[in-house]
Ligand binder design. Structure first.
Ligand code: SAM
Length: 227
């Protein structure tokens, strides 16, 4: 399972009709999602017109796509719509990813989900809190992966909203899942100071810090939804 199949499984299980993706890039995820109304937000879409047409043929849901060429902050300022399911996958800094999650909470429909990509980086080089891949590449141990500091947003969110179910599914660089309609059973101590937290702490304590969930656990949760 990857982020696309996780999002699609929740859309199918709940009959959702509106999907928002923050950070779309070339549309690898966005185009493949099957949902009636899809909105994509990115300050620099990398999608030529032919690709939009191609994906209308491959997935007819793309005929209604709403492309908003703005930063997430500008989008949330002007937006008047609400959504059943949201993927946060824009700028991967701690500050911006946390802001995107909080803004998403304000526009999420009841019984909806927020998914967050890149929550479980595989190395210190991949976990850098920088603004672009070019900056990330300067790290001496950089090996092609850059997830950024989104993992810190998961920890902060768990501290600030201890009663909301938050977990990271252990696949595809970590797919965060926030379900405001579900109660959390595992709380995280407020004593963990985020500005003193390093990648080594995550490495040593990944399961507890992220509330890491295996694919098998996610699948049994899904089966439970279908009952
Ligand atoms: C990792 S890519 C998204 C990948 C895409 N979600 C997928 O799964 O295929 C990150 C995207 O975020 C966009 N981005 C950067 N800053 C942003 C911001 N402030 N608001 C929204 N998107 C932003 C970039 O332009 C880039 O296209």
């Amino acid at each position: 399972m990857d982020r696309i199949s996780i999002i699609q499984s929740l859309i199918n299980a709940n009959n959702y009709s509106s999907y928002l993706e923050i950070g779309v890039n070339r549309g690898y995820c966005f185009f493949n999602i099957k949902c009636k109304n899809k909105t994509g937000v990115d300050p620099r879409f990398e999608i030529p017109l032919w690709r939009k047409w191609l994906y209308i043929f491959k997935n007819t849901c793309n005929i209604n796509n709403n492309y908003i060429e703005k930063t997430s902050d500008d989008f949330f300022k002007a937006n008047k719509n609400s959504f059943d399911i949201i993927l946060v996958d824009g700028l991967h800094t701690f500050q911006q990813s946390y802001k995107d999650i909080i803004n998403s909470m304000q526009v999420l429909n009841q019984n909806g989900y927020i998914l967050i990509h890149d929550c479980s980086p595989i190395s210190a080089a991949s976990a850098q809190d920088v603004e672009s891949i070019n900056e990330a590449k300067k790290h001496p141990e950089y090996e092609g992966d850059w997830s950024g500091a989104v993992w810190k947003s998961i920890i902060k969110f768990r501290q600030e909203y201890p009663n909301i179910f938050t977990a990271v599914i252990d696949t595809d660089h970590g797919v965060g899942i926030i379900a405001p309609h579900m109660k959390s059973t595992k709380q995280l101590s407020k004593n963990i100071l985020l500005d003193q937290l390093h990648y080594s702490d995550l490495e040593n304590n990944r399961k507890e810090l992220l509330n890491l969930m295996s694919i098998q656990e996610y699948q049994s949760y899904l089966n439970h939804l279908g009952q």
